[in-house]
Design a protein around this ligand. Structure first.
Ligand code: ACO
Length: 361
């Protein structure tokens, strides 16, 4: 029995490779550094989908734009009950209205759905009118426009693209594994993606960046960092944005996202001094974790600078997990198709440690 399936290889994949010792991420033959900041989300989705769908256009931009328009129709189902949910729960409920299927049409709707539903839910919760998609825009620019009701700058759309590309796929993480398990039953892409969303929302996976903002707000000033972090660990809490199942060194995604925040720079929504403050908190956290867990290398993970980037793009912290889903949905869909194409039903065994039935006297 491997607790948490640590180290268990449960799939062959051509999609991505996470090297936890070297701190390296490869997405379909490209290093993360070559993709993030240079590639748009729709191009990475194309890269991930390549070979898994028939009749895929050479550029997904127009088809994804049309899919955003198609799924926007589902926002008429937003009612008072749905508005009481968290944005990611409301997004999941709206996604569950999409029919199951295995083809490109279903895949594109699922790819579009988090991007359309998160801005719609946030605006509805704030009592604002919804902003319909503009099929002509690039995906990242349209997401920001639907969220804010006004066009985003090129620099902001570039930063969001860098984020979506960075989180598009990452080996057999918990949500991708969940998606592959469901895909292996031949339930359909919508079911597989809903499993991915459900696994993603937990604080040990994609639910961490919102609490990173709470942590930064709680610390307030760099000189408070050490005492605040020590007190949190004394209470038995984990430091959000640190530690990883696979990485024993820095998560390479952290520095890619930090660089994206830096590129947005002056004149953007990045609060003055925010990056320097976050770096001070990071430094303090790493020193404390090294002292307290000398035998377990705990380093920064993707979520810490995700929080800073999404905050700078004016996403409310309550939406961070949903924005993660906007990127990771590409990986879930590709993995689900890969599982269907070559994998068997995923059905591991358990080791029974309960009582045996009493023997008849
Ligand atoms: N803060 C403090 N201690 C930690 C942290 C942390 N962030 N992460 C791990 N540890 C400690 C654990 O307490 C444990 O110590 P112990 O052996 O003395 O009990 C030891 O390190 C090993 O922890 P595990 O839980 O076995 O490690 P695992 O691989 O299961 O956990 C995880 C990985 C869930 C990411 C963990 O590091 C964590 O909870 N981090 C904080 C939440 C977070 O940032 N999540 C986002 C992850 S990235 C992503 O999924 C996209």
């Amino acid at each position: 029995m491997s607790d948490g399936l640590e180290g268990v290889i449960a799939a062959n994949t051509v999609l991505s490779d996470v090297d936890g010792l070297a701190g390296r991420l490869i997405i379909r033959g490209h290093s993360l550094d070559d993709l993030a900041g240079r590639t748009r989300f729709e191009d990475v989705a194309h890269l991930l989908f390549d070979g898994f769908f028939e009749d895929m256009p050479s550029d997904l931009t127009a088809a994804l734009g049309a899919a955003r328009v198609a799924v926007f129709a589902e926002t008429t189902a937003i009612d008072a009950g749905l508005l009481k949910l968290t944005p990611v729960e409301a997004m999941r409920a709206l996604m569950a209205r999409l029919a199951d299927g295995d083809g490109l049409e279903t895949a594109l709707k699922l790819l579009a759905a988090p991007a359309v539903f998160i801005p719609a839910v946030v605006r509805a919760q704030a009592g604002q009118s919804l902003v319909p998609p503009d099929a002509m825009l690039r995906h990242s620019a349209d997401i920001l426009r639907m969220l804010r009701g006004r066009p985003a700058s090129e620099a902001e759309a570039d930063a969001l693209d860098a984020y979506l590309v960075t989180v598009s796929d990452h080996g057999l993480n918990a949500s991708t594994f969940a998606a592959r398990v469901v895909a292996s039953t031949q339930a359909g892409l919508t079911s597989a993606v809903l499993a991915g969303v459900s696994a993603l929302k937990g604080p040990l996976h994609g639910g961490a960046p919102g609490p990173v903002i709470d942590m930064l707000d709680g610390i307030g000033r760099p000189e408070n960092a050490r005492a605040w972090l020590e007190a949190a660990l004394d209470r038995g809490e984990r430091l959000m944005g640190f530690g990883h199942r696979v990485y024993r060194v820095r998560d390479p995604r952290a520095d890619v996202l930090k660089a994206a925040v830096r590129r947005m720079g002056e004149g953007s929504n990045v609060l003055p001094g925010r990056l320097a403050f976050a770096e001070a908190v990071e430094k303090a956290a790493l020193a404390i974790l090294r002292d307290r867990k000398p035998d377990r290398p705990l380093d920064i993970n993707v979520e810490f600078y995700t929080a800073l980037l999404l905050e700078a793009l004016a996403f409310p912290p309550s939406t961070f997990t949903g924005v993660f889903a906007m990127g990771r949905v590409a990986g879930w869909i590709a993995h689900a198709r890969e599982q269907l194409a070559g994998g068997r039903l995923i059905r591991p065994a358990s080791h029974y440690v309960g009582p045996q039935p009493r023997q008849a006297a």
